[in-house]
Design a protein around this ligand. Structure first.
Ligand SMILES: [Zn+2]
Length: 103
């Protein structure tokens, strides 16, 4: 049963077979799942936005074509590591702001 769960986690990264290592493929799979799934349209609010190319998204419902993030329409938590990184930028921005004030 455990082996099946692991395979599920790999998702689309299964195509790489035994290559590149499990951790790398797990991360890749999370990003690619996010990239391939339908996203919510910022214009008509319908979940029908697909990625056309890197950073370019198009809504199937209202045909709106717009730019977004490379693998997601909005900045979104993809991996656990990204989640940890997301908590820090606030402090980093504050520090940057202070530095600008000092200058
Ligand atoms: Zn739309």
């Amino acid at each position: 049963m455990k082996s099946e769960e692991r395979r599920e986690g790999l998702g689309s990264a299964k195509r790489f077979g035994t290559r590149y290592g499990r951790k790398t493929k797990l991360k890749f799979s999370k990003v690619e799942t996010e990239q391939r799934k339908l996203h919510k349209c910022p214009y008509c609010s319908k979940v029908a936005v697909k990625r056309v190319a890197l950073g370019i998204w198009q809504c199937r419902k209202c045909e709106a074509k717009f730019t977004g993030k490379a693998y997601s329409v909005t900045r979104k938590i993809v991996t656990k590591e990204a989640e940890e990184e997301l908590e820090e930028p606030q402090a980093a921005e504050e520090q940057a702001g202070e530095a600008e004030v000092d200058e």
